[in-house]
Write a protein that binds this ligand. Structure first.
Ligand code: GUN
Ligand code: ZN
Length: 432
């Protein structure tokens, strides 16, 4: 029997990117609804209208809550859950002091499973229904995350993080084993249920040219897969890349010359880019992943959202947990706002919301399935309480429109603002 539920609340949707067309492309309904049928969105519209046309549907009325697509986190490291908010280091020291010792524990499948479950529980509580995550060098860490996501019915992306130099002995593979392990994991998981494998060289400093080339070959064999890595996050890192790859034109060239630049590539951070790098990234249509809480926490720099959007780059938004200091995409939007302000551009709430949903989904080539509430999409959605704390409520009470009502939650909200979460139509947070 068909399971049909009409979810009623405020709704917001975008007819185009607000970066291209301005915030007026957003449509707000104070009494809107989505009709969910067998895990998919069957219709979206005005509550009264959908109710009259679907008399058999079960009704869930969420009152003044705002129904939105689940957040899409385009870059995270689930194995860094336990070391989030580790004090006082910049990127390379932070990796050596905190990250690598923790990642070494993921060779134990029981530990990997426990951390994968904990991580997914945390992000779902924060309204994130899809994530693109790094794992560790260990294939077991990929199995653990995909297994846990599969049990929750989540659409996620993940890959084994490959490193064959400049990492501890127990966290190094080789060019050949990185290729073999990645290919085996890809064959095991890619396209199974809602899971996708991502080819994952950590970053140029921890891969030899041979390893980058091996993963470039795998990507050429499987161009349907996404590829994720890090690019130009800190100035020390860029100087290190220059010394490790003296023949490269710039950081991006270390990837480009090994077959690791393409439209299905996700390049995390992308802060300190050279003009040639910007031009090539735009030309191939690669995706840049902005990780604002990480960029402030590790002291990396200020992402040029305005300039990069103007030159037509594809941009996604992400936590970068645990270099990022939060599991919350609300907190991530707030930090993106702060960083853009420091560069002289006030991001509109419509732009922030779009980045955290459809923008990230587009970067993952999945906006036809997640990141919007369009009919035909998978029913991954959240209910956002726009008055979740006294401080937010008193500000929202003064709001003259939906953007003024939403912005205090973007800036000050956390998991308490997420009053409901549904994955493929099934409720995962909040009371029915
Ligand atoms: N660059 C290479 N690895 C990492 C990582 O784990 N986190 C961040 N923020 N940057 C990286
Ligand atoms: Zn990262």
């Amino acid at each position: 029997m068909t399971d049909t539920t009409l979810h009623i609340g405020q709704t917001l949707s975008f007819d185009a990117s607000p970066f291209d067309a301005g915030p007026a492309v957003a449509r707000h309904s104070a009494r809107g609804a989505i009709l969910v049928e067998d895990g998919r969105i069957a219709a979206r519209g005005e509550a009264d209208d959908l109710r009259a046309r679907n008399p058999g549907a079960r009704i869930e009325d969420h009152g003044a809550a705002l129904l939105l697509p689940g957040f899409v986190d385009a870059h995270a490291h689930y194995p860094q859950t336990a070391i989030i908010a580790s004090w006082g280091k910049r990127l390379i020291d932070w990796l050596n002091s905190y990250t690598f010792p923790e990642e070494a524990r993921f060779g134990d499948p029981d530990y990997a499973t426990a951390q994968a479950r904990l991580y997914l529980d945390l992000i779902v509580q924060n309204g994130t229904t899809s994530v693109c995550s790094y794992c560790t060098i260990h294939p077991e860490s990929v199995d653990a995350l995909f297994t846990a996501a599969q049990a929750r019915g989540m659409r996620i992306w993940a890959g084994k993080t490959c490193m064959d130099r400049n990492a501890p002995d127990d966290l190094r593979d080789t060019a050949q084993s990185a290729y073999d392990d990645s290919a085996a994991l890809l064959a095991r998981w890619h396209g199974r249920d809602r899971l996708s494998y991502v080819i994952t060289p950590r970053f140029s400093p921890t891969s030899t040219p041979d390893q980058l080339a091996a993963l470039g070959s795998l990507w050429a064999e499987r161009p349907d897969c996404l590829m994720q890595t890090h690019l130009s996050e800190q100035t020390d890192e860029i100087a290190w890349v220059r010394s490790l790859y003296p023949e490269a034109r710039d950081y991006l060239d270390t990837y480009e010359s090994h077959g690791l630049l393409g439209a299905n590539g996700l390049y995390g951070h992308a802060i300190h880019l050279e003009p040639r790098e910007r031009a090539r990234l735009a030309e191939v249509g690669a995706a840049l992943v902005h990780c604002p809480t990480s960029n402030t926490f590790i002291g990396s720099g200020l992402f040029d959202m305005d300039g990069l959007m103007r030159e037509g780059q594809r941009i996604a938004l992400a936590t970068d947990t645990g270099g990022g200091s939060s599991f919350s995409m609300l907190r991530t939007m707030a930090c993106a706002y702060d960083i853009a302000q420091l560069r002289g551009r006030a991001l509109h709430p419509a732009e922030l919301l779009w980045l955290a949903t459809e923008g990230s989904a587009r970067a993952l080539n999945a906006a036809d399935r997640i990141g919007t509430l369009a009919p035909g999409s998978e029913a991954d959605f959240i209910a956002l309480d726009l008055a979740s704390t006294p401080a937010i409520a008193q500000r929202a009470a003064r709001a003259g429109d939906i953007w003024e009502a939403l912005f205090p939650t973007i800036m000050m909200g956390d998991d308490r603002a997420i009053s409901g979460v549904w994955i493929a139509g099934a409720r995962c947070k909040g009371a029915a």
